[in-house]
Design a protein around this ligand. Sequence first.
Ligand SMILES: Nc1nc2c(ncn2[C@@H]2O[C@H](COP(=O)(O)OP(=O)(O)OP(=O)(O)O)[C@@H](O)[C@H]2O)c(=O)[nH]1
Ligand SMILES: [Mg+2]
Ligand SMILES: [Zn+2]
Length: 348
Amino acid sequence: MRCPICADEFFWPDEPTVSLHNAEHDRYELVDISALSPAKQADLARRGYRECPNPSGDTSRHFLPATYANYADPLVVGLVGASTSGKTHLLTAMIRQAYTGGLRPYRITAAALDFRRHAHFRENYIERFERGGALPATKTGIIDAADILLLRGPGGERPVTFFDVAGEDLESPEARNRASRFLVGADAVIFVHASDDPLETRRPAAASENKSFDLAIERLQGIDGSGALPATIAVTKSDRLRYQPPADRWLRRGDEQVLDAARIRDESRDVYAYLHHIGAGASLRPFESFARTTMHFVSASGGDAVGEAMDKWFPRGVRPTRVLEPLVSILAMTGVIPGVEAEKVGKP
Ligand SMILES: Nc1nc2c(ncn2[C@@H]2O[C@H](COP(=O)(O)OP(=O)(O)OP(=O)(O)O)[C@@H](O)[C@H]2O)c(=O)[nH]1
Ligand SMILES: [Mg+2]
Ligand SMILES: [Zn+2]
C-alpha cells in the first residue's frame, strides 16, 4: 500500500499489534492484541495507529490509523494555490460541512478515520472558524496531512486524506520541495484561485501568472498517468463578486441538492469566462492540463475579515457558500459518487 503521509509504498504486515496514543505522556505505545476477543481487537484497531516504516526516511516519524489498510481504494486530495489565496478557510469550511451532513444529497456520510488528527483539526480550525475567527496562515515546511476522513456511501467506504500546505511552499521553485511532495501521491487536486484579491496576494488580479499552479502542474506531469488526474478549480472569496455576473447567479443558488453534470459544466464555463475576462488565464492551466476538470465559484467565509494580521475575524460570522461543490465534483470524478451522471462530470 501507499502511505498517504509520506507517499512511499510499503508492505503492511498482518501483525497483531496496534499503537495506542498515551495522552498523558504524549507518546504511542505498542500493544499486543492477539490474546483479546475479536470485539476488543476491532475496537482497539479502530482507535489505534500503526507506525509507517517510513521507507525513504524523508519524513519524521508518523502514524496511520490502524484500519487504514482495510480500505481498498484510499484517496489523497491536495489543495494548491498562492499564499493567502484562501486554501485553509476553504478546506475548513468544506470538511466542516461534510461532517455536518452536507453530502447527504449524495448519500455519503463523513466520519473521522484518524481521531487524533481530526480532533486537532476540529479544535484549531473548525471551532475557531465557527466562532467567526479568521484562521492563521499555514506554517511553511509542513509535510503532514490536515485531516483523514472516512466517507461511506453507495460507492463503498473510502478514506480521504487532505493536504493543505503553505502557499509559500507551493510557490517555491526549490526542486523536491518537501512540503509539496504530497503531490506525488495525490489522486485529485483542488486548485484555489482567490477572486478579486490584489491586496492580499500583493499582485494585480490581472497578472497572468500563477506560480503555485504552474509548479504543481509541472510536478504532477512528471508522474505517469497524471493527465487523468481529476482536478477542480475553486474561485474562492467569491463573496466579493456577489453582485457581479456570472458569479452572482451561482452564489445565489447556495448548496446543490443533486448531481447534475450539465449544470457543473455550465458553472465551469462561467468560471472559465470570468478568469479569462479578468486576465487570469494562468489560473486556467489546470483546465488545459488535465482530462477531467470542473470549476466553481465558492466562498468560505461569506465576507471579508477585519482586524490585524494575527487577530482577524469575520464581523458578521461566517457563511460558507457552495464550498462543497468542488469536493462533490472530485468525489464524482473519483467514483466515490458512482453512477452514469457522475461519470459525465468534468468531461467536455
Ligand atoms: N472575503 C473572503 N475572504 C476570505 C475567504 N477565505 C479566506 N479569506 C481571507 O483570506 C485570508 C487568507 O486565507 P487562508 O485560508 O489563510 O489562505 P491560504 O491559502 O491558506 O494561505 P497560506 O496558508 O498562507 O498558503 C484570510 O485571512 C481571510 O481574511 C473568503 O471566502 N472570503
Ligand atoms: Mg493556509
Ligand atoms: Zn509514511
